[in-house]
Design a protein around this ligand. Sequence first.
Ligand SMILES: Nc1ncnc2c1ncn2[C@@H]1O[C@H](COP(=O)(O)OP(=O)(O)O)[C@@H](O)[C@H]1O
Ligand SMILES: [Mg+2]
Length: 230
Amino acid sequence: MLELADVDAFYGNSHALQSINLKVAPGEFLSVLGRNGVGKTTLMRSILGLMDRVTGQLSLDGADISALRTYQRAKAGIAYVPQGRGILPRFTVRENLVLGTFAAKQANGIEEWVIELFPVLKDFLNRYGGNLSGGQQQQLAIARALLAQPKVILLDEPTEGIQPNLVEEIENVIIRLNRDVGLTVVLVEQNVSFVRRAAHRFAMMEKGRVVAAGDIGELSDALVHRHMAV
Ligand SMILES: Nc1ncnc2c1ncn2[C@@H]1O[C@H](COP(=O)(O)OP(=O)(O)O)[C@@H](O)[C@H]1O
Ligand SMILES: [Mg+2]
């Protein structure tokens, strides 16, 4: 279980997150929603320990992780697929994947089942990451995160800017990771219909706060219009 209690986060003096309380149970799929600039990425960065200053409690499986460094949080089982993907362009696909394995508790190399989720990666192992399309880079970023053998995977707008023919493929893999592999998923997403199809629970953000949360069945059109419509 990933738990945030009274979490606040800051960029310098700017108060980016306020009083965030969230619980994600093992095997659960939580989607974080909200307009641009409300703090969704900041929330992911806070869970990973990538912010200047975070107050409040963060725990994973009952253990306090607030004082851990980012690489220790990764070893503890939190994987992150950042918005914009974070592929190293001058590293090959294989080298990008090997980076993911470094965060694993037990080194298992590049596991076959991960490559099989995204067969295109197998053909491109020796290509530079920077030469892949955006959608292929997203697949690589997800595969790299999985090779860290996480308990929970944080995905920040994984289908943003992806060519339409790959969007559904990526969405289906994310659903499989939760339902078949049993991974706990925290997904930042703008596509409400995908969220309704995939998630168990949602948290709607506005101005650095969670303003509504609940079971996915409670994500009404009225809530979506109030907090997401442009
Ligand atoms: N590096 C930064 N330094 C200062 N402020 C930032 C930085 N990154 C984001 N912010 C601000 O924090 C707020 C939340 O941003 P972000 O978490 O990226 O929102 P979202 O992911 O929901 O679009 C915004 O007001 C944004 O301008
Ligand atoms: Mg963002």
